[in-house]
Structure formats: C-alpha cells, structure tokens
Design a protein around this ligand. Structure first.
Ligand SMILES: Cc1ncc(COP(=O)(O)O)c(C=O)c1O
Length: 485
C-alpha cells in the first residue's frame, strides 16, 4: 500500500503576500532614470496601489507552496466521474503555445490567417468524422454553451417550419445542464424516467412525445455510465412526430470510433473538447463545446463559419437561417489547437483505443469493487461506474465520509451524490490514461476504506486528516463562504 499523501505544502500555514512584505524588499533592480521626474497632480496620482515590498524568493516560494495545495491530473489519479479528468499530453500544450498560433490576432483578415482557418476547417472535418455527423461549429465555449446552441437550433428549425413547440423530453439520467439549457430557450423540460436497467425505455418516450414537443435531449452515454442502447428506436419515435434528437456527447471519450451518432438517429450533438480532446475539465479554465449537426440543420449553425472555396479558406457570415454569433471571434482558439493537435497525433486507430481503454478501466474498477460497494446497476458500463453507500449504512458511514477519506490516501475524490437517480452515488471515472498499477492502488485504497468503515467508522467521520483544511461544515461553507483566506 502506498504511503498516505503528506507533502510539506499541504500542512504549511501560508500567510498572505501582504503579511510577508517588508519595506525595502524588492525583486528587481531598475536602472536609475535619467529622465527628469515630472510633477503629477497628487489628486490624479493618488497614493499609489498598496502593494507589499517582496523579494523574488518570497514570491516564488509563496506561489510554489500554494500550488502544492492543489490536486491536479499531473499530481495523481483524479477519478471525478462525469468530468473525464485524464492526463493530457504536454505536447498539445506546446503546440497551442506555438507563437504563430498563440499570437495570431483574431481580427486579421482571412488572407493573412489561412493557416489558422485551415486548422479550424480541418478540426471541423475531424469532429464530423468522429461523431458521424455532417457539419460543425467550433464557437461554443463549453458543454453547456453547446447545449444552448443546440436548443437555439431546435427552436430555429421548428420556427422555420411554422411549428411552435414548447416542451422537450429530458431523461432523469441526463446531465444537469441539459434542462437548464433547454429552459433558457423557452422549452419546458419534461422528465423521462429511466427503466430498471438504467436506460430509457422507448415505450415511455412514445407515451410522452407529442406535436408540442420539440424533441429529446439524451446524454449518451448517460450519467450512470451506461450506453442508451435504444437510441435508434427512440429517435424513430421522435422523428415520426416531427421532433429532433439532441445527444449530449460530452461523454464521447467512451465511444470514439465505435458509435456513429448519425446512424443512431441523432440530429445534433455537442462535444466537450475539454474532457475528451486534451484540455483538462474543471478548474474554471476555458473550454470548447463544438456543435455537430446533420446536413439539414447546417444552415442554422452559428456564423461566421469557416468555409473552403477551391484552395482558400474564409469566414462566411451570410446565412439568413443562422442562430447568429454565439462567441466572439474564433471561439476559445487555444483549446481548438489542443484538440486538433491531439487528434492528429493520435490518429483514428488510437482514438478508438482511447475509448476501448476508458471503458475497460471503468469495468475493471466496477468488477473489483462491487463486493465492497453497492452496485445499483450491475451490467457492463462505459467510461464510468456508479456505486452507492448502501452497504455502509449499518456502520453509519456515508458516501461523503468515504470520499473525504480517499483524500488521506492521496486521491481526488470521485463525483458524489450524482447522478441523482442513485441515492448516495459514488461515480468513478478512471479514464484511459491510468495504468493497471494505478487502478490497483486505487482499488486497494478503496477496499481499505471499506474495512475502516466497519472497524473504525470514526476515522471516516472525521476525515480528511492530513489536509490543511479539515472537514468543513458544508452548509456554512456554501451559505457564508470565506473567500479571503
Ligand atoms: C455529460 C455532460 N454534459 C454536459 C456537461 C457540461 O459541460 P461544461 O461544464 O463544459 O459546461 C458536462 C460536464 O462535465 C457533462 O459531463
């Protein structure tokens, strides 16, 4: 068993830079000015900002120590279900930082940025190929932004046919952002209850689908980590009644090169480049949620679109049916470069292998832990598996206790209490980048925690023990957050 994680950085008390400052310290020497000092009206100059005086070493150590309090994909396994926190190869960051790409001004005329436009055009083509759909917009800045764009397209499509539809079907296993995105477009979310096997029953969809319903929004694979195997039949029902099928494809990590979404009947789908294609999810950084559509919906995509005429690329905005611009300039360009570089470096065969390994790893964990943790849906999963704390109820140990204890073992906790269809859910997404050795260490840690739950539950109730901040009062932390340290 690996030693518990206890870096010096996690236990140090770090004061604010303002508290560290000492008059006269400095981090650089600036040459004496040979320009006569100008007299500035004190009313304009004011007293200057209240910055502390610090040496270089003070600043470097301060930020290095703070960075050690963080946990990231470069620190260790980060099995945060629904977030695909996989290791991202550094080469893609390096390529995104290439000066010609990183410093290309977004207002350059088309003829001066042919390389940039070529890359965007090619990325659109690759994403269309990966999903099976026909046309792509790279503008949306996140998964939820892609959903919003998709719902705008739903509305524009129905409007163009003179039909007014006010509802949308959303399964209880959809990602939480789905109903919010639909509601923002004036579509009332109608819940679809998943069946006892965790997937949608076409009969339930048939009963709910009517001519006031714009269509369905299916997260596939869903948030239970299960593939919606009835998707084709469901799509037929929706299409017969004039609706459209939206797939939340943020979990594409599980099905790349394996599932053709167009053949499944999907009309619109968004991808999370910041989950699947080499940008880490979470952490508040930029993302990209491209939207892919079938040919008949292409005219509704956001403008401007990158088009190719003969051997020249340009941005084209003249599209009367478009839902309009939904992001400034070219979207989050650096994220697009990472995805392009990742796809080019991997190639089609390796992308397929990514999905195969992501699914293999999740199933390995599921099988190894299912005697220790309750497994509500005991069937092959896709890229993530969902347990619950039911087996620990007698010991009065909860999902939260086990998640906090995992931090003492050096792991970022999995996603907990989501999806809502499983009480006390523990959602583990190992991703394809963890080796069998790493998975075995994680499984061993979890098994040990389950033993502790039986033998010494208090150690779990009070976890984490080795972190700088111990167990928080979650309610007070949420209602009265202290943001100043
Ligand atoms: C299935 C699914 N859909 C949508 C989203 C929303 O993506 P974003 O956080 O980029 O808005 C996520 C985020 O993890 C997701 O897992």
């Amino acid at each position: 068993m690996r030693d518990v994680f206890a870096t010096g950085g996690m236990i140090l008390n770090e004061s604010l830079l303002w508290e560290k400052g000492k008059k006269g310290r400095k981090a650089m020497d600036i040459a004496e000015s040979d320009v006569p000092a100008a007299v500035v009206d004190p009313e304009i100059a004011g007293s200057g900002p209240d910055f502390p005086d610090l040496g270089e070493v003070d600043i470097v150590r301060h930020y290095t120590r703070l960075s050690q309090w963080n946990f990231g994909v470069d620190t260790g396994m980060y099995p945060l279900g629904s977030c695909t926190m996989k290791y991202n190869p550094k080469i893609n960051d390096k390529i995104a930082a290439t000066p010609a790409l990183a410093s290309a001004h977004p207002m350059l005329s088309d003829d001066l940025c042919q390389g940039t436009l070529f890359m965007m055009y090619e990325l659109q083509r690759f994403l269309a190929e990966i999903t099976g759909l026909d046309a792509v917009s790279l503008q949306p800045a996140a998964g939820a932004h892609g959903e919003l764009t998709g719902m705008l397209i739903f509305s524009a499509y129905h409007k163009s046919r003179g039909s007014r539809r006010t509802k949308i079907l959303i399964p209880d296993t959809a990602h939480g952002t789905n109903p919010a995105s639909a509601a923002l477009c004036g579509l009332y979310p109608v819940p679809v209850k998943s069946g006892p096997d965790g997937v949608i029953d076409p009969k339930v969809v048939a009963d709910l689908m009517d001519t006031e319903t714009a269509g369905i929004m299916v997260t596939n694979p869903n948030t239970l980590g299960l593939f919606e195997e009835n998707i084709t039949e469901i799509a037929e029902i929706i299409h017969k009644r004039g609706g459209l099928v939206y797939a939340d494809g943020a979990n594409m990590n599980a099905v790349m090169g394996i599932v053709d979404m167009k053949k499944c009947g999907v009309d619109i789908l968004h991808l999370n480049l910041h989950k699947t294609f080499s940008t880490p999810h979470g952490g508040g950084g930029p993302g990209a949620g491209p939207v892919c559509v079938v040919r008949r919906l292409e005219k509704f995509l956001p403008v401007p679109r990158v088009v190719k005429k003969r051997r020249t690329y340009s941005l084209e905005a003249d599209q009367p049916y478009s839902v309009g611009r939904i992001h400034a300039f070219h979207g989050n360009f650096g994220i697009l470069v990472r995805a392009y570089s990742y796809i080019r470096l991997m190639g089609a065969e390796n992308l397929k292998r990514v999905s195969q390994l992501a699914v293999l790893n999740a199933n390995y964990i599921k099988e190894k832990l299912k005697d220790d943790l309750h497994l509500p849906y005991d069937r092959p999963c896709m890229h993530e598996c969902v347990f619950s704390d039911q087996n620990q109820h007698d010991a009065k140990v909860s999902t939260l206790d086990m998640a906090k204890r995992l931090m003492d073992y050096g792991y970022h906790p999995p996603t907990i209490y989501f999806p809502l269809v499983v009480g006390g859910a523990i959602m583990i997404e190992p991703t394809e980048t963890e080796s069998k050795d790493e998975l075995d260490l994680f499984i061993e840690a979890f098994k040990e925690i389950v033993c502790e739950a039986k033998e010494n539950p208090d150690i779990l109730h009070q976890a984490p023990h080795i972190t700088k901040v111990k167990r928080l009062d979650e309610t007070t932390a949420a209602r009265h957050p202290c943001l100043t340290g």
